[in-house]
Write a protein that binds this ligand. Structure first.
Ligand code: NAP
Length: 239
């Protein structure tokens, strides 16, 4: 397969790029970190230095790609916003990288998706509950869920299957500074295994670990006022 992975210079995306490459696929890996791009190239991955928030560059760089059988949109950032201070630029930056830039990539690869092919997007289990300080991140991940669901309707006639990937806590640079306990924390190797196996089985929703998914999706069925109270209590406990 020809595979395009964004967010491939670190964490989950990096592991996916290496694993798919070792399995014999042609992998196009996107990110900006030069050191990581060089390491990927040394492992046989086609590394593309690209800022996904730059519309024109995304369009021209991705226009060079051959037909694709699998696309994994995994680039993302997480910034928390304090109750005492709201940083609008940081909010816009998170939404821009995590959600708006997907539009740039989708435009560039729209007609490159083979029939059949797979389009996967990495959201987060965080979108289930109104966790404190996570407004920008959570909103962007809820947006990804809805985008994936809509595109599944749109792209079915073209035989492009759409997959929503929702991880729990994974040990990556994104989570290394988290100042709270991360339940059911998984390694990038576990994450890559869940994702590659889920995509091979053509699962439309790949959520892991199952324990955290069960708890969060169950709590999300409670009235919103209860969810708000639970999240406030969790935040107090973490202080
Ligand atoms: N780790 C977790 O616990 C967890 C849980 C649920 C969901 N997720 C989601 O999983 C995905 C991967 O997370 P991770 O933990 O592996 O994160 P990570 O290690 O911090 O990697 C983030 C990736 O996004 C890329 N990126 C960020 N901004 C970019 C930009 N403007 N242009 C191009 N690339 C950009 C980074 O590349 P450069 O810096 O090289 O540009 C890097 O490759 C994210 O969407 C994240 O929200 C993670």
């Amino acid at each position: 397969m020809n595979i395009l992975i964004t967010g491939a210079t670190s964490g989950i995306g990096y592991q996916l790029a290496v694993d798919y490459c070792q399995a014999g696929h042609k992998v196009y890996a996107i990110g900006r970190n030069k050191e990581a791009l060089t390491q990927l190239t040394q492992q046989g991955v086609e590394a593309v230095d690209l800022d996904l928030t730059d519309y024109k560059t995304v369009k021209s760089a991705l226009s060079q790609l051959p037909p694709l059988q699998l696309v994994i949109l995994g680039a993302g950032i997480c910034q928390y916003h304090d109750y005492h201070h709201f940083d609008g630029q940081s909010f816009a930056n998170v939404v821009n990288v995590n959600l708006a830039s997907l539009g740039y990539v989708l435009e560039a690869i729209w007609l490159k998706m083979d029939s059949p092919s797979q389009l996967a997007m990495i959201g987060s289990l965080a979108r289930y509950l109104p966790f404190t300080r996570s407004g920008a991140y959570s909103a962007s991940k809820a947006g990804i869920r809805q985008l994936a669901n809509v595109l599944r309707t749109d792209l079915e006639p073209r035989q492009v299957s759409v997959h929503l990937i929702e991880p729990g806590f994974i040990e990556t640079p994104m989570t290394k500074d988290n100042d709270f306990k991360m339940p059911f924390l998984l390694s990038v190797h576990d994450a890559s295994k869940f994702i590659t196996q889920g995509l091979a089985k053509k699962r439309s929703h790949i959520a892991f670990p199952w324990q955290l998914h069960l708890i969060l999706s169950g709590l999300a069925k409670l009235p919103m006022s209860w969810q708000n109270t639970i999240c406030r209590k969790l935040a107090k406990r973490a202080e």
